[in-house]
Design a protein around this ligand. Structure first.
Ligand SMILES: Cc1cc2nc3c(=O)[nH]c(=O)nc-3n(C[C@H](O)[C@H](O)[C@H](O)COP(=O)(O)OP(=O)(O)OC[C@H]3O[C@@H](n4cnc5c(N)ncnc54)[C@H](O)[C@@H]3O)c2cc1C
Length: 296
């Protein structure tokens, strides 16, 4: 559970919040005796790689590299962090850091982010506490989960109680059942779900709150929870810039009951936490989210 992990982490965290010492490298990588590749443009280089070119590029939304990561961090600290606690869950707004792709590819480190934030804010500021809860507690919890659970990216890796309750409800009638292709092409009956999937296809990232909704609905609209788990991992890993990451497997497993507790039993979900469109409508201006994803 996150709260147990948070308590343990808070006791030791200060020890780690120190800049990394610069060390001189013994060998310059340019002097290494390795075979090199000749190419004149990045496109030429990309053409020789075995990559899935059906996935479109998202450079309108994300440009890679450390400079870009630093720019986003600066913008986050200056313009968004002061409202992070209030707005971080609202998918119609843009108050999160959008640093996950850069963290995923190692283009910025969590330590650098934390130290930079602490240059401008007190560590007890409620927005900082909320941001560090995601960046440190949940991120580390996901790493911990993947390190200790060899089935971290499989349905079989979710808690026993969650698997049992989902299996008990496997025979429940589903109002909608979609194939992988229908999910992938954002062709469900639900405009909110489709918007989240389109956001993923277009920008390479879904807002955190919509990610939860997105995975929960895949559970609701597939015949079998194991198949749902595989579809969520497949789409997240294929299209998300920050996919193929412990946070992704932690996030998807969370939607299947990991780090969570049993809730009131209901159809299909059994005792795992349920989410519905009414909740989205109640909490946020979800029409603004539709507008945003349509326009972007
Ligand atoms: C179904 C599902 C799938 C997900 N897939 C991924 C994924 O593939 N890659 C990924 O990095 N995150 C994933 N997450 C976690 C979370 O949604 C993203 O980390 C977050 O939306 C990234 O946006 P941000 O950088 O603007 O977040 P911010 O709110 O600015 O948070 C800062 C950083 O904290 C970390 N963080 C935030 N929320 C979480 C979380 N719930 N769990 C673990 N770390 C977190 C991330 O490193 C993030 O970049 C997933 C969550 C769910 C529910």
């Amino acid at each position: 559970y996150a709260y147990l992990y948070r308590d343990r982490l808070n006791k030791v965290i200060d020890r780690f919040l120190k800049p990394v010492e610069k060390i001189d490298l013994k060998v310059n990588s340019k002097d290494l005796d390795v075979e090199s590749l000749e190419f004149k443009t990045p496109d030429e280089f990309l053409s020789i790689l075995n990559i899935d070119k059906t996935v479109s590029t998202v450079d309108k939304y994300f440009v890679g590299g450390y400079d870009e990561a630093e720019k986003r961090l600066k913008e986050f600290i200056e313009k968004k962090l002061y409202k992070y606690k209030e707005f971080r869950s609202d998918p119609s707004k843009d108050y999160t850091s959008n640093l996950s792709p850069y963290l995923h590819f190692g283009q910025i480190s969590p330590l650098k982010i934390v130290l930079e934030v602490l240059k401008h804010y007190d560590k007890n500021d409620e927005n900082v506490v909320s941001f560090f809860n995601e960046l440190i507690v949940w991120r580390e919890l996901s790493r911990n989960f993947c390190w200790y659970n060899p089935l971290y990216n499989q349905y079989e890796g979710i808690p026993q109680w969650a698997r049992q309750t989902l299996e008990e409800h496997k025979k429940d009638k589903r109002d909608y059942v979609y194939s992988l292709q229908e999910f992938e092409e954002a062709k469900t009956h639900d405009p909110y779900w489709n918007a989240a999937q389109k956001e993923l296809l277009k920008t390479g990232k879904i807002h955190n709150y919509m990610r939860m909704y997105w995975a929960k609905k895949i559970i609701e609209w597939t015949e079998d929870p194991k198949q749902a788990f595989d579809i969520a991992c497949y789409l997240n890993d294929k299209y998300a810039l920050d996919g193929r990451d412990p946070n992704g497997y932690g996030g998807i497993s969370w939607c299947f009951g990991t780090f969570d507790r049993p809730w009131q039993e209901r159809k299909i979900f059994g005792k795992i936490r349920y989410m519905n469109d009414k909740g989205l409508e109640r909490k946020f201006d979800v029409k603004a989210y539709l507008f945003k994803t349509d326009r972007s």
